[in-house]
Structures are given as structure tokens and as C-alpha cells.
Design a protein around this ligand. Structure first.
Ligand SMILES: Cc1cc2nc3c(=O)[nH]c(=O)nc-3n(C[C@H](O)[C@H](O)[C@H](O)COP(=O)(O)OP(=O)(O)OC[C@H]3O[C@@H](n4cnc5c(N)ncnc54)[C@H](O)[C@@H]3O)c2cc1C
Length: 562
């Protein structure tokens, strides 16, 4: 168990830091929100809303985004972190979706090379026929994704797949090698270093293009001028004040809360319990201690795939190495509650024992016990009726949800997606519609090509090497790595804080490679407004260790100073 490192370092008085850039001020953003009349107002600051705001701003549309909690704090921070190339679509012979997934994976690797990296995936097999099937699958995957590396820097290119023999497979799988192992298929997908920071960088890019983005600001209802709707009413949840915001078009990207928010925007009170027009599925990943994996491993599961087209074919469970943890997922179950009341899952949830049983059935070696679960990432996803909900059967909605409504006044587009990976594309299509609705014939989407703010032109390996050269006398190696992987080229902005006071270069939590300057940067430039924003989504301390009251005090002190 980790100890609370901050308790031995009382915050004490702080020196005055360099003046924060005003573009990072939440108060100013709120003022701009109130005074503005926007072409597009995006409600919801997960990855989908962030991508819509960036796309719209890059096309020159005046854009604002509001998020009820913190940016990326909903479903988007709870994913398995995999940027999928769509191998599953290939299995289901859905070539169109497969090609679109390959393209989106390539785009994320290109625009965010600091936050998205190649992920080797091993699929062990125990029979000759399985090996033959996997060989054919790898060949088809390589052939049909021949352009997967187009325009990518060398260290973000994905090698072709190959079949490993028993010896090499056992070597790579370590304790996960079954006694009857015959070999493993090796292919590559991509992994987010941090989903939270990826959402944030998309929003920072939108902000750099002039978008106004405000967290802890909730859509509470329509704004009307007589009978005509002119925008929406927003409540600042930090002060409880209400802010009227005028817009020519509203995009509702509220994920599982979309139906309720749609009703609010139109002036209703939301669906009655049990009368929702769309279904939702509960999805979860376990966070387990590091299993020492050097690749993700796909183990056979028992439950049917949740994608609908696989019939009763059992799904695979993925074990993904992430930070100093292993993520295991994804579990699915029908969700019949109200999304407003959803508060996540814990290890006592009745769904966990059978999921652990399924995992342990496919897991060679020692079984995982409930006591080893360090956390659960859970969220709600759009689903279709499977007709077998009573058996726990889930059918995820495979295509993005898009609903356009033209109420009394302004058009409203409600969006949803079951894949983080697909959100840039879904946003592009949505902003095409917005532009059409507004009669704007400007440039098309540019989000596939323009790098995010911290993306290095020279490739990540070179950026990390430069940072080590410049900083190795000042900072430990793990801190330098984390700094560059989290902020990309912006690491210099963080390090610059310590020129004003060396205490900003200290590690406030000695067991995490995080500088106090990163907290300050989050507060001054990245709209962190609460200690939780700083610890869970700007620095990800929460992903690495238990957040104690001492950690929260440290973050609060930084917020007070910034
Ligand atoms: C366990 C799990 C594993 C997954 N793994 C993967 C994976 O490996 N790869 C992949 O590609 N996808 C994965 N996904 C899917 C992916 O995470 C989602 O498709 C994606 O994050 C949805 O993003 P979103 O922006 O639509 O929703 P959210 O991230 O939920 O964003 C919606 C936002 O709207 C806000 N909101 C709600 N009401 C209001 C209001 N009244 N006013 C203002 N804001 C409001 C919420 O606070 C929230 O932040 C996974 C999902 C889960 C649950």
C-alpha cells in the first residue's frame, strides 16, 4: 500500500509564480461564454464533444463548449485506452468499418504521437486449426491495412503481424503461457498513454483556435426569447450562478446522459423511468497489479461478443499493460437504471465474481482474487436491444448515433459513439452537418491532419532524448519520461516554472513521477478548477496511487496560489 507522501510536507507560504497566461483563466472563459453568441455550442466535454469543438473552431465557426464536471471525467476517462484498428470488424467481414478504424488509428498516431503509441497484442492458441485461422487473419489484416503507416514517424509505425512459434510465444507470454500453448499471433494496435490528457489536448487545440471551453458548467434548460429558443441556460456549478448562452446550433455530446440533456435543451424534463428510446450497456475494466506484460494479451472468454454480429461467438478478454498496472476488460452487462444515478462500480458489485470467474477460466497460472482488484473503470455505452437482456446479453450500437432536431428556433444535433477511437470521425461528420445547417460553405474538416498542441515534429524518441540531455542533471529519469509523455513538446513550459522558484521542480508525492510545476501548469493553463481535476485528469496521480487527503491539500494549495 502506498503511504501519504504529502503529510510530511506542509504546504506553507508560496512565492508568487510567473503570471499565468490569461487564456487559461476559467473566469474569463465564463465571461466570454455569457457575452457571446456562438455558431456552435457543444454540450459535453468528453472526447466526442472535444472533437466537435476542435473541428468547428478549426473551420472558423465561433464555438463554445460546456462540461458539467471536468473535461474527460465521464466515460472517456474510463476506457481500456486502446485505439482500435478494427480487427474485430474484419472478423465480422465489415470491411467499411474496418477501413475506417484503420484510418482513425493512423490519424490519432499522427496528430498525437506523444499520447498514442504502438501496442503489440498477442493472441495465444493451443490447436493447429486456431493457428491456421489466426495466420489467415493476420495476412488479411496486413493486406487490407497496407496504408496503416502512411505519413507516420518511424516510431509510430505498426509492424506487420506474424505467428510466433511455441518457444517465442512462451517467452513473450511469461506466466500467461498455458501448458498446452502451441504459439501466438502477434499484431499491433495503438494505446493511449493517457485518455484524460488526450481529451484535454483536443480541447486545448480548440481553445488555441478561439473556442471557449468551460468545465463545471452544466446545461440546465433552454434559453428563450419569447417563444423562440435562442440558446441554452448554463449553471456554473462552482458558484451556482446561471449564465445565458446564445447559439445558432447546439451539439449535444453528453454520452450516456444525451437523452436527458436533449430533453432539457428542448425544455422537457427527460424520459420517464423505463421510457428511454435507446438502451444503455454497462461496461467495465478491472485495474490489477502489474503482471509484467510487454504486450497486450487476448485470452479466450466465455460470454458472447457484445458487438451483435458475432452471434454467440465468445469474446476475448484483453489484458493491457498500462503504467505500472494491468487493465483487464471489457465486461458488459445490460443497464436498466437511470444514467443520472450512475456512480460507477466497485469490487463488491455482484457482476464482478462472474467476470473474475470468466477471466480465471482463461488465465493460465494463479487465479486473480477479488482482493487484488485495485480499481474498476466503468461507464455506460449506447446499446440496442439484444432481446436477451435477462440472460445478461448485450448488443452494443456499432454505428454512431446522430439525431438532428429542429425545434422552435435552433437546430440540435445529439451524438453518441461506442468508441473513443471513432470520435474524431463522428465529430467531423457532425460538423459537416452543422456547417450545412448554418449555410456555411467554408473549409472542410482539418482535424485529421493538424497535430495537437504537444505533438513533436521530430518524433517521440528524439523528443525524449533531447529532454533527457537537457534535464538529466536536474530531474530523475522517470520524471523526465512522464513529463514528456504527458505534455509532449510543452515540457519546456512546465520546467520553466522552476526558474521562478525551485520548489516547483519538487516531487510533492515521492512515489509518483510528477512535479509540483505540473499541478501549477494544470491550474494556470489547463482549466483545472478543483483538486480532483488536478490529481485525476491533469497529472493522473489518481491513476497511479491512492489519492489521500494530503494529496488533495497539496493540490488545493497550488490552486490557491495560481
Ligand atoms: C469500460 C470501457 C472501456 C472502453 N474501452 C475503449 C477502448 O479501449 N477503446 C475505445 O475506442 N473506446 C473504448 N470505450 C468507449 C469510449 O470510452 C466511449 O465511446 C467514449 O469515451 C464516449 O465519449 P463521449 O464523449 O461520447 O462520452 P463521455 O466521455 O461520457 O462525455 C459526455 C460528457 O457529457 C457531460 N454531461 C452530461 N450531462 C451534462 C450537462 N447537463 N451539461 C454539460 N455536460 C454534461 C458528462 O459530464 C460527460 O463528461 C470504452 C468504454 C468503457 C465504458
Amino acid at each position: 500500500m502506498t503511504t501519504d507522501a504529502t503529510s510530511s510536507q506542509p504546504p506553507g507560504p508560496r512565492p508568487t509564480p510567473a503570471p499565468p497566461r490569461t487564456s487559461g483563466s476559467r473566469a474569463r472563459a465564463l465571461d466570454a461564454l455569457q457575452g457571446g453568441a456562438f455558431d456552435v455550442l457543444v454540450v459535453g466535454g468528453g472526447i466526442l464533444g472535444a472533437c466537435v469543438a476542435r473541428d468547428a473552431a478549426l473551420r472558423g465557426l465561433s464555438t463554445a463548449l460546456i462540461e458539467r464536471d471536468d473535461f474527460g471525467s465521464g466515460t472517456s476517462s474510463n476506457s481500456l485506452k486502446v485505439i482500435h484498428g478494427g480487427l474485430r470488424h474484419l472478423q465480422h467481414l465489415d470491411l467499411g468499418e474496418f477501413r475506417r478504424s484503420v484510418a482513425e488509428r493512423r490519424r490519432w498516431l499522427r496528430i498525437a504521437p506523444h499520447l498514442v503509441e504502438p501496442l503489440p497484442v498477442l493472441v495465444p492458441f493451443t490447436t493447429r486449426s486456431e493457428g491456421l485461422q489466426l495466420r489467415a487473419g493476420l495476412a488479411a489484416n496486413d493486406l487490407l491495412s497496407a496504408d496503416r503507416n502512411r505519413g507516420l514517424p518511424i516510431d509510430r509505425r505498426l509492424p506487420g503481424g506474424r505467428l510466433l512459434d511455441r518457444t517465442e510465444a512462451a517467452d513473450r507470454l511469461g506466466p500467461l503461457a498455458a501448458p498446452d500453448l502451441r504459439g501466438a499471433a502477434l499484431y499491433h494496435d495503438a494505446l493511449m498513454y493517457s485518455a484524460e490528457r488526450l481529451v484535454l489536448e483536443v480541447l486545448l487545440s480548440a481553445r488555441d483556435e478561439g473556442a471557449i471551453t468551460v468545465n463545471h458548467a452544466e446545461c440546465v434548460g433552454p434559453l428563450r426569447d419569447h417563444r423562440r429558443q435562442t440558446g441554452i441556460l448554463v449553471r456554473d456549478r462552482l458558484t451556482a450562478s446561471e449564465v445565458p448562452v446564445c447559439a445558432r446550433c447546439v451539439v449535444n455530446a453528453c454520452g450516456p446522459w444525451g437523452e436527458e440533456v436533449e430533453a432539457r435543451i428542448l425544455g422537457g424534463s427527460g424520459p420517464e423511468p423505463g421510457s428511454r428510446s435507446g438502451s444503455l450497456s454497462l461496461a467495465w475494466n478491472l485495474v490489477l497489479p502489474d503482471m509484467g506484460l510487454t504486450a497486450a494479451v487476448a485470452l479466450p472468454g466465455r460470454s458472447p461478443t457484445p458487438t451483435g454480429s458475432g452471434g454467440d461467438r465468445p469474446r476475448r478478454l484483453f489484458l493491457v499493460p498500462w503504467r505500472d498496472r494491468t487493465l483487464v476488460g471489457t465486461g458488459h452487462a445490460p443497464f436498466s437504471g437511470e444514467p443520472a444515478g450512475f456512480t460507477g462500480m466497485d469490487a463488491d458489485d455482484p457482476l464482478i465474481p462472474s467476470f473474475l470467474g470468466e477471466l480465471n477460466d482463461g488465465l493460465p497460472g494463479d487465479p486473480v482474487t477479488p482482493g487484488e482488484i485495485l480499481g474498476i473503470h466503468a461507464g455506460l455505452l449506447p446499446a440496442l436491444s439484444s432481446g436477451r437482456e435477462d440472460e445478461g446479453h448485450v448488443r452494443l450500437r456499432r454505428t454512431p448515433g446522430v439525431r438532428v432536431m429542429e425545434g422552435e428556433g435552433i437546430p440540435l444535433i445529439t451524438l453518441s459513439t461506442v468508441k473513443f477511437t471513432a470520435s474524431r470521425r463522428v465529430a467531423e461528420d457532425a460538423v459537416d452537418r452543422v456547417a450545412k445547417l448554418l449555410g456555411r460553405s467554408g473549409p472542410g474538416s482539418r482535424t485529421a491532419d493538424i497535430p495537437l498542441p504537444g505533438a513533436p515534429a521530430e518524433g517521440m524518441a528524439e523528443l525524449i532524448r533531447t529532454a533527457h540531455e537537457e534535464l538529466s542533471a536536474l530531474l530523475p529519469s522517470d520524471v523526465i519520461d512522464h513529463l514528456v509523455r504527458s505534455h509532449g513538446t510543452r515540457w519546456r513550459e512546465i520546467v520553466a516554472w522552476s526558474e521562478f522558484d525551485p520548489r516547483w521542480a519538487e516531487r510533492p508525492f515521492p512515489d509518483a513521477p510528477i512535479l509540483r510545476a505540473q499541478l501549477l501548469h494544470g491550474a494556470a493553463h489547463e482549466y483545472a478548477a478543483t483538486p480532483e481535476d488536478l490529481l485525476y485528469r491533469r497529472t493522473e496521480l489518481g491513476a497511479r496511487r491512492r489519492v489521500t487527503s494530503g494529496c488533495l491539500d497539496e493540490a488545493r494549495a497550488v490552486l490557491d496560489d495560481s
